[in-house]
Design a protein around this ligand. Structure first.
Ligand code: AN7
Length: 353
């Protein structure tokens, strides 16, 4: 039943036994795409690889942690799982719950998740609750629900989520032959930066890699509690996936950045949108706005001289662009042209004789 997902592939590093019934949708093994054009556009001098996590089964990195969390929920005999979400965790939980035959309850901030993510929760049959509040309010409610012993929380406060997500760091090392020098990624609830740092450390300790990358985490300016050093009560950003004011893995994220001599910093919505368009135009890689925060972080770090020459840099782009088609159409800064059905009209429209 496990197929070829991340648990099967990395089971020696994960808390499963021979008897564990693995719930998988063949997640993981996502492309690590070398991106020459983007580096050239910036001015050159380093090697960049994009880890395209939008190609997971529900189109985000959350599937790596969800296969683990749902597998353990089934092993523990619960009937229902619950999560708060800005959209991707709920999409993933809904899909894996369907696969496992569990009830799924998702609490999302009213009106603040993208269209694609809402479609996923609903089509998989999750009990979908819109909370009049933000993600942090929804997570508080989930923590209360989780005190019941018939419901398992599958947010990243569930340690199995972090365990599953660390497999992305293993894949990067396996593909590059060693850890990169720097790893960029967006930060919301801060589970993923925690997971990568765990994975890189475990792989090095196991002798599978020899070094550790600097962890470079990026929040959106209007939702940057870690950068500002205090909880943000009304977080705002165009990148709704990381519209989070009180991250659950705050301390772990700070530890990852400090231990790795990296940083957690922020980028503006304009920088995020420029990076969103730039990645799509230069590399053909379409991501959702939150995922572009890591790309914007590279642009910013490079401009400051923060990427040493000859470095190998990996950036995780966490979710697929089709999650949020509305933003893409707006941010394309282009529109289609309507013509009469004859060849001259088409040639005129594309500017050819
Ligand atoms: C595309 O789905 O928090 O720092 O509830 O969807 O590990 O939280 C999503 C987060 C980055 C941030 N990119 O990762 C949720 C949720 C995308 C995301 C993040 C999210 P974390």
């Amino acid at each position: 039943m496990g197929g070829h997902g991340v648990i099967q592939r990395y089971r020696e590093f994960l808390p499963v036994s021979e008897d564990t019934c693995i719930i998988s949708l063949n997640e993981g093994n996502t492309p690590l795409i070398q991106s020459h054009n983007l580096v050239r556009a910036l001015g050159g001098g380093f090697r960049l690889f994009v880890k395209y996590e939008g190609l997971n089964p529900t189109a985000s990195f959350k599937d790596r942690g969800m296969t683990m969390a749902v597998t353990k929920a089934v092993e523990n005999g619960v009937r229902a799982i619950v999560c708060a979400s800005t959209g991707n965790t709920s999409a993933s939980a809904a899909a894996y719950a369907s696969r496992a035959g569990l009830v799924c309850v998702v609490l999302i901030p009213e009106g603040k998740i993208s269209y694609g993510k809402m479609a996923q929760a609903l089509i998989h049959g999750a009990k979908t609750i819109e909370v009049r509040g933000n993600f942090d309010d929804a997570l508080d409610l989930v923590r209360e629900l989780g005190t019941r012993d018939d419901i398992e929380i599958v947010n990243s406060i569930n340690p199995f989520r972090i365990q599953g997500q660390k497999t992305a760091a293993f894949e990067v090392c396996d593909e590059l032959g060693d850890a990169p020098d720097m790893h960029f990624l967006p930060v919301g609830n801060a589970g993923n930066i925690t997971s990568y740092w765990t994975g890189y450390n475990e792989y090095r300790d196991a002798g599978k890699s020899t070094s550790l990358p600097m962890m470079m985490g990026w929040q959106a300016e209007g939702s940057a509690p870690i950068v500002k050093g205090h909880v943000i009560t009304s977080p705002e950003t165009v990148a709704t996936a990381i519209r989070i004011g009180n991250p659950a893995s705050w301390e772990q994220a700070v530890r990852a950045s400090e231990e790795s001599s990296g940083a957690i910093d922020c980028v503006s919505d304009d920088e995020i949108l420029d990076a969103h368009r730039m990645l799509a135009r230069t590399e053909g890689i379409f991501v959702e706005p939150a995922s572009a925060a890591g790309i914007a972080g590279i642009v910013k770090s490079y401009a400051r001289g923060g990427i040493p020459p000859e470095s190998t840099v990996v950036v995780t782009v966490t979710g697929h662009g089709l999650k949020d088609p509305g933003i893409a159409i707006e941010n394309a800064k282009a529109s289609s042209v309507v013509v009469e059905p004859n060849i001259q009209s088409v040639l005129d429209a594309i500017g050819m004789e």
